[in-house]
Design a protein around this ligand. Structure first.
Ligand SMILES: Nc1ncnc2c1ncn2[C@@H]1O[C@H](COP(=O)(O)OP(=O)(O)O)[C@@H](O)[C@H]1O
Ligand SMILES: [Mg+2]
Length: 215
């Protein structure tokens, strides 16, 4: 039997992705909160868990829709249920990613990379953050760069590269002094801790990898 090669993303996989997100943010709630307790207000775990649990509750109504509509539903739910900065930021990511996925029930690997790049562009213009300011942008920029297709690529292989790049980006935030978000109020005292939003971004990508039919 041939091994199945996954190089597209369909609606059913997106729905599974969102289910995995709800699970992973519950599982990692305390870890995310501990990171946010060090340099923020100790609510990032609760914010992400609340947001994606609410998303999970919307999936029955979204599962038969195209990917654009699912992303839009995810975006609206995150924006309306997450009190912290991360809700509007991840919400904007999904809202901007939705535009390229309108009417589509399957995205090629090229389309996934392009839609996520559009999502990140929206997130960055909303948060006004660039690489090096100790935010989720430090994980997402290298990750989405690594997601771009190479020769003989699969979406699974690209996601493995993206996850590794996101982890490396997350680690790079440890010595940084925060320039954006709540952690920036601490100034020099923000150095020595990983940015919590970087870990939630790593988990977002890992949940997508888990949702792929090949596992
Ligand atoms: N302007 C910004 N641009 C990008 N990411 C940001 C920005 N501000 C905050 N973040 C991200 O949001 C995370 C904090 O999210 P959360 O704790 O849920 O919200 P809040 O900071 O409002 O309590 C940070 O770790 C950082 O990654
Ligand atoms: Mg917080």
């Amino acid at each position: 039997m041939e091994t199945m090669t996954v190089n597209s993303l369909d609606s059913a996989t997106v729905v599974r992705w969102m289910q995995h997100c709800a699970e992973t943010y519950q599982q990692h709630k305390d870890e995310l909160t501990a990171l946010d307790a060090a340099i923020g207000d100790a609510d990032h775990g609760a914010n992400m868990a609340r947001g994606f649990t609410a998303v999970q509750g919307k999936l029955d109504g979204l599962k038969d829709k195209d990917i654009g509509a699912i992303f839009k539903g995810v975006a609206m739910t995150l924006i309306s249920t997450v009190g912290g900065a991360s809700g509007p930021l991840y919400g904007t990511f999904f809202l901007q990613a939705a535009s390229g996925a309108n009417g589509k029930t399957s995205l090629t690997q090229e389309e996934v990379a392009a839609d996520f790049a559009a999502g990140l562009k929206g997130l960055m213009s909303r948060g006004k953050a660039v690489v090096g300011e100790k935010t989720m942008v430090d994980a997402l920029v290298p990750a989405l760069d690594a997601l771009k297709p190479v020769a003989n690529d699969t979406l699974a292989a690209a996601l493995d590269r993206a996850i590794a790049a996101a982890r490396k980006g997350a680690d790079s935030t440890v010595p940084m002094v925060a320039k954006k978000g709540r952690a920036s109020y601490l100034g020099e005292r923000s150095a020595g801790h990983m940015d919590p939003g970087c870990l939630s971004s790593v988990l977002l990508l890992e949940a997508l990898k888990q949702a792929l039919p090949s596992g």
